[in-house]
Design a protein around this ligand. Structure first.
Ligand code: SF4
Length: 456
């Protein structure tokens, strides 16, 4: 906090080789989150204990729930001789002691640097009888010196398609829905929307009922939620797939097309009015259906709220940072609300992200592969009325005395994000509600006595 006070305003000097307060975290966290969206799955971190502890604890702090994962527990010897014997021993112990239906192996910086060949080790484990009949082992490469937690999520979801989907040769009428990295409540909301539209579907990964499982007084190692392995397999026979969030899900969608000929629609995350419209419309067109009244009514409620409260939103300046699929949809939604998105920073790199963000708002300062130090400098040079991002933004918000909406990953100092969706029209209503509360609280806080109004 004190250090942040030294963030200089004025001229911004180029920093090619120095990142200060990165707007990202490492690949395996995304892989672990995705893997836990399979029912009965134990994520396995092929690396050192410290990596696995960090990944688990970040998810645990975000959800305030213990997160289960195992590790190959590398030591100095493993760094020299490779991790094969550790992984073989791990498979045996895990199936013996923890009895998961699936082990999803992801790599770490160290195992990638060593060059461990996970498919070869897995094959040896199967040949040696270390993987019991009916159990599944699959993997994703998640070297953390490239990409971010979103890359790790994307790689693990692509791995699900590669290893777990099957084609019987007969296409069904069902859809495959592949959500980007969203909260369990969002996954539940996506299923509700598609069901309300009358379309049978499989959604994977699905952390609904995993990270927001109820307290029952009994410990269960594997919660009731998560996509079942047989349901993920059915995605190979789907009529169409809807991949929501191009950065996190395009690879999985393309793999599903390449392997099984499933036609793929890659869409933005359905956050906000227009992106949800496009999602609903894509389903309507693919299935030739009328949009259900329930969904049309929800849209109408969101439009009504925006119209009623427009005077509090119009022209307000916003800075946002976080994950690219969220930023793309959120920037568009904030523009719809009449707000001015001034500064956008994501730690994930890619020309597509810059292109989409500048298409939506050519006026904004956009930095892809940027850090929060730069965002703070931008905020000092051009102040904003609202900051949106994960928990790490609270220091900048305090320093600049700006209302702060916690959104994205990780949120370490508030709860509720896992229970209340921000996708779809109802999620849009929740977002507008939260934004309005912050902006209107600020009006109340700053109002002089004669202007402190009961009715707003
Ligand atoms: S960046 Fe690499 S070494 Fe560090 S925790 Fe992530 S996987 Fe482990």
């Amino acid at each position: 906090m004190t250090l942040l006070r030294h963030t200089p305003k004025g001229e911004i000097k180029p920093r090619e080789n120095l990142v200060v307060n990165p707007a990202k975290t490492c690949q395996p966290i995304g892989a672990m989150y995705a893997a836990l969206g399979i029912h009965g799955c134990l994520p396995h971190s092929h690396g050192s204990q410290g990596c696995c502890s960090y990944h688990r604890s970040t998810l645990t702090r975000h959800y305030k729930d213990p997160v289960m994962a195992s590790t190959s527990s590398f030591t100095e010897g493993t760094a020299v001789f490779g991790g094969q014997s550790n992984l073989l021993a791990a498979f045996e112990t895990i199936f013996d002691v923890y009895d998961p239906a699936v082990i999803a192996v992801h790599t770490t910086c160290l195992s990638e640097t060593i060059g461990d060949d996970i498919p070869q080790i897995t094959k040896k484990a199967i040949d040696d009888g270390k993987v019991p009949e009916g159990k599944v082992v699959f993997h994703a490469n998640t070297p953390s010196y490239v990409g971010t937690h979103i890359t790790g999520y994307a790689n693990m979801v692509e791995g699900m398609v590669k290893y777990l989907t099957k084609s019987t040769g007969t296409k069904g009428e069902h859809a495959a829905v592949i959500p980007g990295w969203v909260e369990p409540a969002d996954m539940r909301e996506l299923k509700r929307i598609v069901t309300a539209l009358g379309v049978e579907h499989v959604l994977f990964p699905d952390t609904d009922g995993v990270f927001d499982a109820p307290m029952t007084g009994k410990h269960v190692f594997y919660p009731k939620g998560g996509a079942k392995i047989e349901d993920i397999a059915r995605a190979g026979d789907a009529k169409v797939s809807f991949a929501l969030g191009p950065i996190a899900t395009r690879a999985a969608s393309e793999k599903l097309t390449a392997l099984h000929g499933v036609e793929g629609e890659v869409l933005d995350l359905p956050i906000g009015l227009s992106a949800t419209d496009r999602f609903v419309d894509a389903i309507r067109k693919a299935y030739g259906i009328e949009v259900a009244e329930e969904i049309t009514n929800e849209r109408g409620k969101l439009v009504d709220l925006i119209t009623d409260m427009e005077q509090y939103l119009w022209g307000k300046k916003v800075a946002i940072f976080g994950d690219p699929d969220q930023l793309i949809a959120l920037t568009e939604f904030l523009q719809t609300l009449g707000m001015q998105v001034r500064h956008v920073v994501t730690g994930t790199e890619g020309n597509f992200i810059t292109k989409r963000l500048t298409e939506i708002n050519p006026e904004a300062n956009v930095k892809v592969g940027g850090d929060m130090f730069l965002l703070h400098q931008w905020m000092k040079n051009e102040p904003v009325d609202l900051l949106i991002g994960n928990t790490y933004g609270k220091y900048m918000a305090r320093d600049e005395d700006v209302p702060f909406l916690r959104f994205g990953f990780p949120i370490l100092d508030r709860q509720g994000h896992q229970h209340f969706p921000t996708v779809g029209y109802m999620g849009g209503i929740r977002l507008v509600e939260k934004i309005l509360e912050l902006l209107m609280d600020r009006i109340d806080r700053d109002a002089e006595e004669p202007r402190f109004e009961l009715q707003m």
